[in-house]
Design a protein around this ligand. Structure first.
Ligand code: SF4
Ligand code: SF4
Length: 320
């Protein structure tokens, strides 16, 4: 498998990054020991890069895997904290729960702000904490994960940013405040400014899973950058490893990957109509069709990220 150095950080990662979101309680709800086995399979196959987040609640399977692997992988995590106190808690939690001495990469998670605002100003307290932990050597590189074109543009121009983790895919699903073409330009701008970049949602969170080859090859050929992909079972790990280890001119010979499609729904009779999921959804996929109705999820906009699941106080959003 190819590997890449992320910008000017010196951090060397495999082209395929193990996305730890789907195994956690927001989606598959795997037992930590079972999740750890999947991670170990991926690491044994040549992946050395794991992407997780405070929100994903997947530190435990990663910790279990770290205990069993000879070489420590690169670990990226992130927090949605808006202020200093929440960010301090998030970073300490990451260090403690993973039982590690330092975090390779830490992001401002979901760095999305309306056009015209600056996420590094609106979340200045949280960002300063990340800078302080980097100064102390407890974080090696800092950055943002985002669906927002203006946030990627801002990150490119910010000298304090080491790494940017934006969404990109061939249909542009999930890109906020701009077009696919504008996101491509923003990513290129990051590269020109020496930022390390790795990419999320090449499969649109699962929306493009039935066109795996077209979707993944679009991102690989267009950008030649590491790509994070969620994996929840042995078959997916095997397929992804085979795909990323196969020469470009032989990819058409691989069978198509069969992945279960996932779908998120609000369970109407459990929902208390608090509206928190509407605020949380990164792609504005949840709305009320009438003032008196409960929220519904638009499958055409849903990225299958499961973030709304974690924010619903009633556990009324289920993956089916
Ligand atoms: S409704 Fe929104 S938050 Fe929920 S899974 Fe879909 S994209 Fe994610
Ligand atoms: S967060 Fe949960 S309870 Fe609140 S409106 Fe959404 S589904 Fe209903």
């Amino acid at each position: 498998m190819r590997d890449f150095i992320l910008g000017q950080t010196g951090i060397k990662v495999s082209e395929l990054c193990f996305g730890a979101l789907p195994m956690g309680p927001l989606q598959k709800k795997m037992e930590p020991a079972a999740g750890a086995e999947i991670i170990l399979q991926a690491l044994a196959g040549g992946i050395n890069f794991i992407d997780t987040a405070q929100l994903y609640q997947t530190y435990e399977p990663i910790r279990l895997a770290l205990h069993k692997c000879a070489v420590r992988p690169v670990i990226a995590s992130k927090s949605m904290a808006l202020e200093a106190e929440g960010m301090t808690t998030a970073i300490e939690e990451c260090l403690r729960q993973l039982e590690i001495d330092y975090i390779d990469i830490f992001h401002l998670h979901a760095a999305r702000v309306p056009e015209g605002e600056d996420v590094f100003k609106t979340r200045a307290g949280a960002w300063q904490v990340m800078l302080d932990y980097k100064e102390k050597g407890l974080i090696k590189a800092i950055g943002i994960s985002t669906h927002s074109v203006p946030a990627v543009q801002l990150a490119a121009e910010n000298n304090e940013v080491d790494i940017v983790f934006p969404i990109i895919n061939r249909t542009g699903i999930g890109i906020l405040n701009g077009t696919l073409e504008e996101m491509e330009k923003a990513i290129e701008k990051c590269r020109q400014h020496g930022k390390g970049v790795y990419l999320m949602k090449a499969l649109g969170g699962g929306c493009l899973v039935n066109e795996y080859h077209a979707a993944v090859s679009f991102v690989r050929e267009r950008f030649s950058l590491p790509i994070a992909m969620g994996m929840v079972n042995s078959r997916e790990v095997e397929y992804n490893l085979a795909y990323f280890n196969t020469a470009a001119d032989k990819l058409n010979t691989l069978p198509e990957l069969v992945i279960e499609e996932k779908c998120f729904q609000v369970v109407d009779f459990i929902c208390k109509d608090c509206g928190q999921c509407i605020e949380t959804c990164p792609n504005h996929a949840i709305s009320k069709l009438a003032p008196e109705s409960k929220p519904v999820i638009n499958p055409d906009l849903c990225l299958r990220c499961g973030y709304c699941v974690g924010f619903c106080p009633q556990f009324a959003i289920r993956m089916t």
